[in-house]
Unconditional design. Structure first.
Length: 72
């Protein structure tokens, strides 16, 4: 069984991902759109780096739904 602090930390990350998902998606589409001016795309890249570290979806750890354990 995982420690309660790890379970709570992952739950906090999940909440933060949901909070920033729309903003990150909009900025990502701006950075990938080649019809937008280069300086606007660069500004979007800089803005994408400003949200909290735990806001991208890749920071969420997979684990058991019941215990939070990472394996088995």
């Amino acid at each position: 069984m995982a420690k309660k602090s790890q379970i709570n930390r992952n739950a906090k990350r999940e909440k933060m991902v949901a909070q920033y998902a729309a903003r990150r998606a909009a900025l990502k589409t701006t950075t990938e759109n080649m019809s937008v001016a280069a300086d606007e795309r660069f500004a979007a890249h800089l803005t994408l780096a400003k949200p909290p570290r735990n806001s991208p979806k890749t920071r969420i750890h997979d684990g058991c739904e019941m215990t939070g354990a990472s394996k088995g």
